[in-house]
Ligand binder design. Structure first.
Ligand SMILES: Nc1ncnc2c1ncn2[C@@H]1O[C@H](COP(=O)(O)OP(=O)(O)OP(=O)(O)O)[C@@H](O)[C@H]1O
Length: 330
């Protein structure tokens, strides 16, 4: 289990993470969502002992990363932009990592097969595509058969097959009883992958919820009603506990009653309806609402236009010149 407890991390005047608390339970995939600069990577780096908290703590299996004697067995990680030796083969890269924990070569071959790189295991990593690099990074994360896995944007740059592969892998890692924390900008991707969601904005917790709860929240929207007889309908609906606002002309927004009930009440009182529409927010809309103010604050700032929540893919995910993601920290 991963536990982040009142974690704050400041870099000079920038507060990257601000009193953040959440838990990642064993046996589930927790999606870690937030716009650019929300503090996801900083939180993950702190969990992995690569950053020191300003205050609060981040622990895996009850201890800080640095206090584990063999951390690769406790938590595996895929972080962005961790350079690997490009002249080395994939297998040699993993062998070097394995040696730090006396992990046998057999396990290296196992994880290479698990991520589908056995055919290119002896090829230089420098020639790998971004997707192959991601797979190699995931192989490194799994090398120590860890109880917890932390993956920062694992589907970055992957083609649809690769995305599906990661999704299936995350599910099976959780089903094997591991605690899985996976970050993403994309609500739609997380909705398909995660059981639980932790949403952050500007370093703060915005939501800690199951995917199902967020779906329910997204569906709790006012019903749109168009009627030429609003004067008669409004008191009927308010008597039933609805809150009704006029949105111009003959249009009403009805909160607190489901659309079928609004239709039944109108029929029972002989009120003509020209339109009755249940509005359901998509998960993406619910996410945009949650993160709205934290995104607005960054509008025009670095990375703001590159937030895929705005429908624009982050340019950094498309470059194959970036250093390849690698395995867990040594
Ligand atoms: N080493 C650092 N030095 C100074 N500021 C930093 C450092 N690392 C992160 N920050 C700042 O902390 C904030 C949070 O950054 P972080 O990378 O954790 O966010 P993120 O949610 O992972 O964003 P992205 O999705 O863009 O990767 C940002 O304002 C960032 O500029």
């Amino acid at each position: 289990m991963i536990e982040v407890d009142h974690l704050t991390k400041r870099y000079g005047a920038t507060t990257a993470v601000d009193d953040l608390s959440f838990r990642v339970e064993a046996g589930s995939v927790t999606g870690f969502l937030g716009p650019n600069g929300a503090g996801k990577s900083t939180t993950m780096r702190t969990v992995l002992g690569l950053d020191r908290p300003t205050s609060g703590s981040a622990t895996v299996g009850g201890r800080a990363y640095a206090d584990h004697r063999a951390p690769l067995h406790v938590v595996g990680a895929l972080l962005e932009a961790r350079a690997v030796h490009r002249g080395r083969s994939a297998r040699d890269h993993l062998l070097a990592l394995a040696r730090t924990h006396a992990i046998p070569a057999r396990r290296v071959d196992e994880v290479l097969a698990l991520v589908g790189l056995e055919g290119v295991a002896r090829r230089r990593v420098g020639g790998f595509s971004l997707g192959m690099g991601q797979r190699l990074g995931i192989a490194g994360a799994l090398l120590g058969d860890p109880a917890a896995v932390v993956l920062d944007e694992p589907v970055n740059g992957l083609d649809p097959d690769g995305v599906l592969w990661v999704r299936t892998l995350l599910r099976s890692l959780a089903d094997e009883g591991r605690a899985v924390l996976v970050s993403s900008h994309l609500m739609s991707e997380m909705a398909m992958t995660a059981d639980h969601l932790v949403v952050v904005g500007r370093g703060r917790l915005l939501a800690d919820t199951s995917v199902a709860e967020l779906v329910a929240r997204a569906q709790d929207r006012p019903v749109a009603v168009r009627t030429p007889d609003a004067a008669r309908l409004v008191p009927v609906l308010t008597a039933e506990g609805a809150s009704v606002t006029s949105t111009g002309g003959d249009l009403l927004d009805v909160a607190g009653l489901p659309a079928p009930r609004v239709g039944e009440l109108a029929a029972a009182h002989g009120v003509v309806l020209h339109e009755l529409r249940a509005r359901q927010a998509t998960l993406e809309e619910a996410y945009m609402e949650l993160t709205g103010s934290s995104r607005e604050h960054r509008a025009g700032g670095p990375g703001a236009a590159a937030d895929p929540a705005d429908g624009v893919p982050a340019p950094r995910t498309t470059s194959t010149d970036r250093p390849l993601a690698a395995g867990a920290p040594r």
